[in-house]
Structure formats: structure tokens, C-alpha cells
Write a protein that binds this ligand. Structure first.
Ligand SMILES: Nc1nc2c(ncn2[C@@H]2O[C@H](COP(=O)(O)OP(=O)(O)OP(=O)(O)O)[C@@H](O)[C@H]2O)c(=O)[nH]1
Ligand SMILES: [Mg+2]
Length: 580
């Protein structure tokens, strides 16, 4: 199970690394996952065959002077660790281990110069590796650091207290945080100084801390105590309990407790980190808010640009006025172009003007409005506890291209409008008036020519006078009227260039702003898809953690419940495991 834990932890670490690199996690989220305890008691040993081929690691922890080293010496039947009146006495860890056990190189945080390893050949202690730690509440920082560094490698903590100090035990306050990571035995040493009520009193404190039926064993390490003991010494129970535990559960089963606690921690850290990724509902809210923010910003931009659009349309139309332009267009009609348009966008000079004028429409002010909209979104994301950086990245890209998009659509629409000015009906009518402008004068001329021929023929025959000035004036008037009426109609139908350009600029701007809005939504979708990928990955990981954590412990026996803390709320999610 320790190997499984190591692999799950590695996956979690890699996930965090990727997510942090992509900006989804803050360094603190990744650090919280990385800080979950990786070390396990199994690290102390080489060859760790599945099924538990290693001894159980049991350590004496507690305040200074409570008798930890005395207890180890008593257990070993010889003086292994220094004991004494000097406080603190132990400045190093004493490891008491069977000679057959192969120890691995100690992890770097366990300084070798602060460890003495005592080998023994006693069969009674073959299955247990004993550790005597320096005091946990030490005034010596080095002692405290050393004791804490060993904790992750301990299966079962033998917590030693004294009758004098158990109610105000600094070390216990430190250690109870690790309640679920270890099995626990409580030794009330210096029992010669104790009171029989203290066992129950201490047990009550432990029950309040989460132990349903804690084992509190009173002991006295003095060979000849000055006072008689209030109740018999229960030192032998320490060993008996361990033998019982190992017989029923084995090391692997007990080690699983520690792994389960680490898994619960890992799971909680991952879930905290996962909040940065949001859920489907959060992303719907983000998309809605982008849409809403942009709608408001686009309305502001559109109304702010109105005046500029008018100015551009007016400047564009200014090119189309004056006699010179009229003659130029007239020449183009005379030159055989069927429908002379007010101004052709295809003419190079007009393209330059079009580009120049439309290029100024998306200005710094418009960009600032867009950026303010994105800033507001970022603030909203951070406020909701979501990662903002990976969302901002595609949004900024969309924002940077907004000017070019809007300008392009403005130009397209103006070009289209100039290519086909007016609406469809006007265009049909103008086709008619254009035709009549040429056709009616032609018909009139043909009619006049016919009248001239007939008049000439009649005059030659002497039937009447040659045609006179009146005929010439009237004929000229007929031809003129035949041209002037359709021409005047055509002029009336001709759409105003300024209006055409202004309308095109209006629709172009609206289309452009809509396009930018669409691009912003696409950017959010890209980010939310990425978040979903990271979320899926971590959910799979959490499911694996739950599966491993939910593995039941081998055998149910009351002794295990007595040395373990009841499941906390967080552990309950990991599924049943510790038999009640
Ligand atoms: N009265 C009494 N004294 C004890 C008992 N056990 C140990 N002592 C004495 O308490 C003193 C401290 O014992 P240690 O075993 O060094 O205590 P420790 O917990 O290892 O202390 P540190 O190494 O400083 O953390 C020694 O003088 C022991 O002889 C006991 O049961 N009763
Ligand atoms: Mg000691």
C-alpha cells in the first residue's frame, strides 16, 4: 500500500506541476499538495515485500523527563539510552532493532549523527523496531526538529506522560494533529508519583480528543520506588498489546492506517487546489458574465463612436462633391459604363482613404473599454476563487485582435455598400432611369429625324414649306425633355453617399463588436475546456485515492479500535476501513 501511495502521490505532484505551469494553480496550492507527508515507516527498511516483511516501528514520544529512555532501557533489559536528571537528557534518537533487520540508508532529514542504532538478538522484539526520541516539547530546537522528523516513520506512537504534567502537555497538543497517522498507546510513567484517578482523568481527555477507548498504561521504571504504586505497574501490557496487534493485523494492516491518513490529506489538498478550476456551473456563470459585460461595453463603444462614424462618412462624401467629380462621373457614363456609381471603392485613391478613415475608428478609448471589461472579469474570477491567469491569456489574445477585426468588418461593409449603394428597389428603379436617360432621348432623336425627313420630302415636292426655326426649337426641347426627365428621376433616386457610408459604418461596427464578443466567448470556452481537462484528471486521481483508501483492514478486532483515533469527517469519505 505504501507503494500505491507513493505512486498516487507522484501523480498528484505531476498534476500540480502541470496545472501550476499552466497558471491554474497558485504556488501555495501546489505547495500544499507537495507538503502532504510522503515519508512512511517503510522507508526505513530495505526489501519491503508486499504483505509486510518489516518490523512495526514503535516510538516513545513525550515531554522531557517523563521516562522515555528509561522505558526503552527497561524493555531492552540493558542501558541503551542515557537517562538522567539533566533536562533534556536525550539529544539523539536511539533505535533498538533486531540484528536480522536490514535498515535502509536513512532519509536526509534524519541526521545520522543524531541516531544511535542498537542491535539485539532477542526473539521477543524481532517484529518491532523501537525508537526512543528526544523530547517533543524541548527547549532545544534541534531536539524538537529531530523528534518531528522521525514521526512520519512511526507506525505506533507510545506516548509517555507523567502524572505531574499530563494535563498541560505541550507535546500532546503538537502530536494530536497527527492523530490519524499513527496507532497510539499511552504510558503514564512515574506512576509511583501518580494518583489512581489520573488514569481515568487522562482517558477522558483522550476520549474528548477522538479516542473511543484509549489504552492508558501506568508504569514505573524505578526498580525500587520510594512510594508504593497506586495500582499495579502495567509495563508488560505494552509488549502484550503489540504482540496482539501484530498477531491479528500484521504490520501491513497497521501501516495502512498511516497511509489512509496521508491519502485523506492528499485528497483534501487536491480538492482545495481543484476549486481553482471551477465546476460546470461556475463556468456557465463566467460565460454569462463575459456576455453581459461585453454587451454593456459594446453599447458604450458604439454610442461613443457615433460621432466618429459621422465624421468619417462626411469626409468620404466630401470627395464626391464638386464640378470636377461630376464631370469625371459624367465622363464615365459617356465612356460606356452602364451604371456610374457614386464612388467606386475599387479606385486606389478611395481604398487609401477608406483604409485611412476606418483605421482611426477603433482607437485607444475603444481598446480601453474592452480592457476594462476584461479586467472586471478577472476580478470576478479571483473573487470566486477561480484561477484567472489561464482565462486572461486567451481573452487578452482576443482583445488584442479586436481592433483589427472591427476595422476589417467596417471596411468590408463600406466596400459592399459602395459596390451596391442603396437598397434593392432603388437599384432596380435606377437601372430603369439609367436606361430611360439613354433610351428616351434616342427615341426623341429618331422621331425628330423622321419628322425632318418627312418635312424635307414634302418641301421638295412643293407640298409645304421647309421646316423652320420653330420646328428646330421644339425638336430640341423634346429631346432635352426626353433626357432631362429620366435624368432628374435618376438623380432623385441616387442614394446619398454620406448616408450610404454612414449606414455601412454602422452595420460594420455592430458586426465587428458582435464578432469581438463571439471571440471573447470562444476564449472563455477554450479556458473552461482546459479547466475541465485538469478537473477530470484530478477527479480520476481522487477516485483512485478513494479506492485505495477504502480497502478494508484485514481483520476486525477490538484491539485496533483501542489504539486508533475514530474516523474524522474527512476520513469518512474515504470509506469504511477501521472496524468500529
Ligand atoms: N520517580 C520516577 N522517576 C523516573 C521514572 N522513570 C524514569 N525516572 C527518572 O526520570 C528521569 C528522566 O528519565 P529519562 O528516561 O531520561 O526521561 P526522558 O523522557 O528520556 O527524558 P529526555 O531524554 O530528556 O526527553 C531519570 O532520572 C529517571 O531515573 C519513574 O517511573 N519514576
Ligand atoms: Mg531520553
Amino acid at each position: 500500500m505504501a507503494d500505491l501511495y507513493a505512486s498516487l502521490f507522484e501523480h498528484a505532484r505531476q498534476w500540480c506541476e502541470r496545472a501550476e505551469r499552466a497558471g491554474w494553480l497558485e504556488a501555495a496550492d501546489a505547495a500544499a499538495v507537495a507538503a502532504v507527508e510522503q515519508r512512511t515507516p517503510a522507508d526505513l527498511f530495505v526489501d519491503r515485500p508486499a504483505g509486510g516483511g518489516r518490523p512495526l516501528v514503535v516510538a516513545f514520544f513525550g515531554g522531557t523527563g517523563v521516562g522515555k529512555s528509561s522505558l526503552l532501557n527497561r524493555l531492552a533489559g540493558e542501558v541503551l539510552a542515557r537517562t538522567g536528571a539533566e533536562r533534556p537528557t536525550s539529544r539523539e534518537v536511539t533505535v533498538y532493532v533486531h540484528e536480522s533487520v536490514q535498515l535502509a540508508d536513512l532519509p536526509p532529514e534524519l541526521p545520522l549523527d543524531a541516531v544511535q542504532i542498537k542491535r539485539h538478538a532477542s526473539g521477543a522484539h524481532r517484529d518491532v523496531l523501537w525508537v526512543d526520541a528526544p523530547d517533543i516539547d524541548s527547549t532545544e530546537a534541534a531536539n524538537r526538529r529531530c523528534a518531528l522528523a522521525w514521526l512520519p516513520h512511526v507506525d505506533l506512537v507510545c506516548y509517555v506522560i507523567s502524572p505531574e504534567r499530563y494535563r498541560d502537555d505541550v507535546g500532546w497538543r503538537v502530536l494530536r494533529e497527527r492523530g490519524h497517522k499513527h496507532g497510539w498507546l499511552f504510558v503514564l510513567n512515574r506512576w509511583d508519583e501518580g494518583d489512581p484517578r489520573q488514569v481515568e482523568d487522562f482517558a477522558r481527555l483522550l476520549r474528548d480528543a477522538g479516542f473511543s477507548d484509549p489504552l492508558v498504561l501506568p508504569t514505573c521504571c524505578l526498580p525500587a520506588p520510594a512510594r508504593p504504586l497506586p495500582t499495579p505497574d502495567e509495563f508488560d501490557q505494552i509488549h502484550a498489546v503489540l504482540v496482539d496487534l501484530l498477531r491479528i493485523h500484521g504490520v501491513e494492516d497497521l501501516a495502512r492506517l498511516g497511509v489512509r491518513a496521508r491519502l485523506a490529506e492528499l485528497r483534501a489538498a487536491l480538492q482545495t487546489a481543484q476549486r481553482r478550476l471551477g465546476d460546470a456551473a461556475a463556468w456557465t456563470r463566467v460565460t454569462d458574465s463575459v456576455r453581459e459585460n461585453w454587451r454593456a461595453a459594446a453599447a458604450t463603444i458604439a454610442s461613443g463612436a457615433e460621432w466618429s462614424l459621422r465624421a468619417v462618412a462626411a469626409r468620404f462624401a466630401a470627395r464626391d462633391s464638386g464640378l470636377g467629380e461630376y464631370l469625371r462621373r459624367y465622363a464615365s457614363v459617356a465612356g460606356g459604363r452602364k451604371h456610374a456609381e457614386p464612388l467606386s471603392a475599387a479606385e486606389p485613391g478611395n481604398i487609401v482613404l477608406l483604409n485611412e478613415l476606418t483605421g482611426q475608428l477603433w482607437d485607444e478609448w475603444s481598446q480601453a473599454k474592452l480592457n476594462a471589461c476584461l479586467d472586471a472579469l478577472e476580478v470576478g474570477l479571483r473573487h470566486a476563487g477561480l484561477a484567472a491567469t489561464p482565462v486572461r491569456r486567451p481573452l487578452d489574445a482576443a482583445g488584442d485582435s479586436a481592433g483589427a477585426r472591427v476595422t476589417q468588418l467596417l471596411r468590408d461593409r463600406v466596400r459592399q455598400a459602395l459596390a451596391q449603394p442603396g437598397d434593392a428597389l432603388t437599384r432596380v428603379l435606377r437601372r430603369g432611369t439609367g436606361f430611360l436617360t439613354a433610351f428616351l432621348p434616342t427615341v426623341a432623336l429618331v422621331w425628330v429625324a423622321y419628322a425632318v425627313l418627312r418635312g424635307y420630302h414634302a418641301a421638295v415636292q412643293g407640298q409645304r414649306e421647309f421646316l423652320g426655326l420653330a420646328f428646330a426649337i421644339n425638336s430640341a426641347l423634346v429631346v432635352l425633355i426626353a433626357w432631362a426627365v429620366p435624368y432628374a428621376l435618376d438623380q432623385l433616386l441616387r442614394p446619398s453617399l454620406e448616408r450610404t457610408v454612414l449606414r455601412a459604418l454602422g452595420t460594420g461596427l455592430r458586426a465587428g463588436l458582435e464578432d469581438v464578443g463571439g471571440e471573447l466567448i470562444r476564449a472563455v470556452t477554450v479556458a473552461s475546456d482546459e479547466a475541465a481537462e485538469y478537473r477530470d484528471a484530478v477527479e480520476t486521481l481522487v477516485a483512485d485515492i478513494d479506492r485505495v483508501g477504502a480497502e478494508r483492514l484485514g481483520a476486525a478486532a477490538p484491539i485496533l479500535a483501542r489504539v486508533t483515533m475514530a474516523a474524522a469527517a474527512g476520513d469518512a469519505e474515504m470509506g469504511p476501513g477501521i472496524p468500529a
